[in-house]
Design a protein around this ligand. Structure first.
Ligand SMILES: Nc1ncnc2c1ncn2[C@@H]1O[C@H](COP(=O)(O)OP(=O)(O)OP(=O)(O)O)[C@@H](O)[C@H]1O
Length: 548
């Protein structure tokens, strides 16, 4: 049965995973808050990423598929950077989308999110009728019956041979621009008139210092990557890293998205987990392949069914001007049509674009070459730092600009994918054996916000104390645990199932007799009896089995 996004969003609110930001004031579009359980879940996602990338990385070992062993270090850089960073990187000029507004209902759309279905004169290609609908990677609704009826009517009335074609809104606007009084592309929501497309920079502006003005304008970073590039020299000079090596960080990024949507999938404030991997140019394609495959595997290792994931190579015309290869890890989020996927992470081969931009100035492509963009006086349009960001290889005695492979993931999109994947509805017998519907979040145990719940079966002297003692032992061992002694045991199990707790431990009458408790497994519902003194060790062993 397809999963319902409404139910997932409702569960997230009900159980304290994710709330609308500024909820009591009606919210702030494109911003979300994580509740107590969501905070733990997202922290576990971040930790799983940071641990595999940095903390547990073994620089003496050659991982399968890698050309050699390599080093990895972490950094943490500021959200606000010198505005020159964004000029040299190209974000200042290029990081924008085109948008149109509806003059009637005031809705705002990204031009590339609107598709047109057009009836054209078969001989002249002149448009005869046009209907619009929302077509973006997240949601493809297609034409409504009424829209198709209008197109059919216009075709019939036109009388001459026609063809019907689907094209993006901007292509239609270009085509219509060459005609006298063409059919107007209308708002997909209300059929109102649309404005001409306007450019819209996605970077949030702010003022640094007391005086407002061009000089004090700064930007909230739209990606964490530039923090790694501008610190490349600092890291090489201050640590013992040698090529190949990666610099990674997790941090907030901000994009003034025109149409934030689909819960935390596209928001205006989000968190990225990015790594810049610096290597010799001639080895870069091997490293690209290595990171592409390794990053895909990370998601399936953490419980995402590989049937719901794809690794999609970008087509030639999708590639950014600097990229020689990009692949996206994509997930079939429940808000997408069957067979469609949304980006979780992009792995890009960025060549030497970034380090060169920060040395020389903003680069543009001329034929096969990247060259510094010039202004009307022949001067660099945006200068770089002028600092030497080349790398000297003391083995080969060569100096060169390293190439970069960048796996760029979103912590929120990953959290959303793990939530959607975990959401399960099944039927299980209750205490009396009759089948009951249950909602269970089947989180990978490493990601589950709470790992163990301790329940004294009834409020009885001895049972409560033993339960509380066990709960404290688990906490002291660093195992995120909870304790609940009220309500029917079946109800307590269901509450924990709904938040994805993998193990429930019940202290009952037998505990007082022989010192054993039951450990119930969330997914298999199997119960085993374990001596109370062995519980911490048993839970620890179970969790260790899931280590990635
Ligand atoms: N607005 C956003 N909200 C939440 N996560 C985001 C957003 N934009 C980017 N990300 C996350 O950061 C990762 C790396 O950013 P990147 O610049 O490659 O995204 P992008 O290709 O611009 O994404 P999209 O095409 O969906 O806008 C993305 O794969 C995604 O997980």
């Amino acid at each position: 049965m397809p999963k319902s996004m409404e139910q997932i969003v409702a569960l997230c609110k009900r159980r304290g995973f994710i709330f609308q930001n500024s909820d009591i004031y009606g919210g702030q579009q494109g911003f979300w808050d994580y509740g107590p359980l969501g905070t733990e879940l997202k922290r576990n996602v971040r930790n799983a990423w940071y641990n595999t990338m940095i903390t547990q990385h073994d620089e003496l070992f050659v991982p399968e598929g890698a050309p050699s062993a390599f080093q990895m270090v972490g950094i943490e850089t500021s959200i606000i950077m010198n505005p020159k960073v964004w000029k040299a990187s190209g974000h200042y000029d290029l990081f924008h989308d085109f948008m149109v507004d509806c003059k009637s209902c005031k809705s705002r759309f990204r031009v590339d999110h609107i598709t047109t279905r057009v009836v054209l004169d078969a001989a002249t290609n002149a448009p005869v009728a046009c209907e619009t609908y929302m077509k973006d990677v997240e949601n493809d609704t297609g034409l409504s019956k009424a829209q198709q009826k209008r197109l059919d009517k216009a075709t019939k009335e036109y009388g001459k041979p026609t063809i019907e074609e689907t094209m993006p809104l901007d292509s239609y606007m270009k085509l219509a621009g060459d005609q006298q009084s063409p059919p107007v592309a209308q708002c997909p929501d209300c059929r109102g008139e649309l404005t001409d497309p306007r450019e819209f920079n996605l970077m949030f502006k702010t003022i640094v210092g007391a005086l407002a003005g061009e000089e004090s304008t700064a930007f909230l970073r739209p990606e964490t990557a530039q923090g790694m590039f501008v610190n490349f020299k600092n890291v090489v000079d201050s640590s013992r890293v040698k090529l190949p090596f990666g610099i990674a960080q997790i941090g907030k990024s901000f994009r003034n998205e025109i149409t934030p949507r689909n819960f935390i999938f596209r928001s205006r404030e989000f968190e990225q987990m990015e790594m810049e991997f610096f290597c010799r140019p001639e080895e870069s394609f091997q490293w690209y392949k290595y990171w592409r495959d390794r990053r895909f595997k990370w998601y399936s290792d953490l419980g995402i069914n590989p049937d719901n994931l794809i690794l999609r190579d970008h087509t030639e015309d999708e590639l950014s001007h600097y990229s020689v290869g990009t692949a996206d890890v994509e997930y079939s989020y429940p808000f997408m049509e069957e067979g469609e996927y949304g980006e979780l992470e992009g792995i890009a081969h960025r060549g030497d674009f970034d380090l060169r931009s920060h040395m020389e100035g903003k680069l543009v492509r001329e034929g096969n070459e990247l060259v510094v963009e010039k202004d009307e006086h022949g001067q660099p349009r945006h200068r770089g730092s002028g600092k030497d960001l080349t790398y000297f290889d003391d083995q080969t005695r060569e100096r060169f600009v390293p190439h970069v492979i960048e796996p760029a993931a979103g912590a929120d999109r990953a959290t959303l994918a793990f939530i959607c994947e975990a959401y399960t509805e099944d039927e299980q017998p209750d205490d009396k054996g009759s089948m009951q519907k249950r909602t269970v979040m089947k989180f990978h145990p490493l990601l589950a916000p709470i790992k163990a719940a301790v329940f004294p079966l009834i409020k009885k002297d001895g049972m409560l104390e033993k339960g509380a003692d066990l709960y404290r032992q688990l906490k002291r061992a660093g195992i995120a645990s909870t304790y609940a002694h009220q309500g029917a045991i079946g109800r307590r199990y269901r509450q924990q199932d709904e938040i994805g707790t993998p193990y429930c431990i019940t202290v009952d009458g037998d505990t007082l007799e022989d010192g054993t408790v039951t450990i119930r497994d969330r997914d298999s519902l199997q119960q085993e009896r374990v001596h109370v003194d062995k519980v911490v060790e048993t839970i620890r062993c179970k969790l260790d089995e899931y280590a990635i």
